[in-house]
Design a protein around this ligand. Structure first.
Ligand SMILES: [Zn+2]
Length: 116
């Protein structure tokens, strides 16, 4: 899998903060941010500004640093779960196909065993 560079990562930042990043792009973005301290710092600043501006009015008690870390973890966990589920479904399909084949052969041998 090819990973994005810092320039592409920066282009994705606003979309990520606005929850508009999805799929492969989101995965690549999160992976880059986790590994690249520069981009994480840049994202943190943008996130702080965006969130702080949004919350200035209602004066909520906030810990944005922790929230950003949580947002990254939660999003990635959700994606892991998504991919994990796809793997399980594929495995179940294969297992059920094996069972069907096994039962069909079992039926055929029973059937012919009775007839002949
Ligand atoms: Zn970077």
């Amino acid at each position: 899998m090819e990973y994005i560079d810092c320039n592409t990562c920066e282009q994705y930042m606003n979309a990520f903060i606005e929850n508009k990043l999805v799929g492969e792009m989101l995965w690549q973005f999160l992976t880059h941010v986790e590994r690249c301290p520069d981009c994480f710092e840049e994202l943190e600043i943008r996130y702080l500004i965006a969130e702080a501006l949004g919350r200035l009015e209602n004066g909520e008690a906030i810990n944005l640093h922790r929230e950003l870390a949580h947002k990254i973890k939660a999003t990635k966990r959700a994606m892991y779960f998504h991919y994990f589920n796809e793997d399980i479904l594929r495995t179940l399909e294969i297992i059920s196909m094996v069972i069907i084949v096994y039962e069909v052969f079992g039926f055929l041998s029973d059937f012919f065993g009775i007839v002949f």
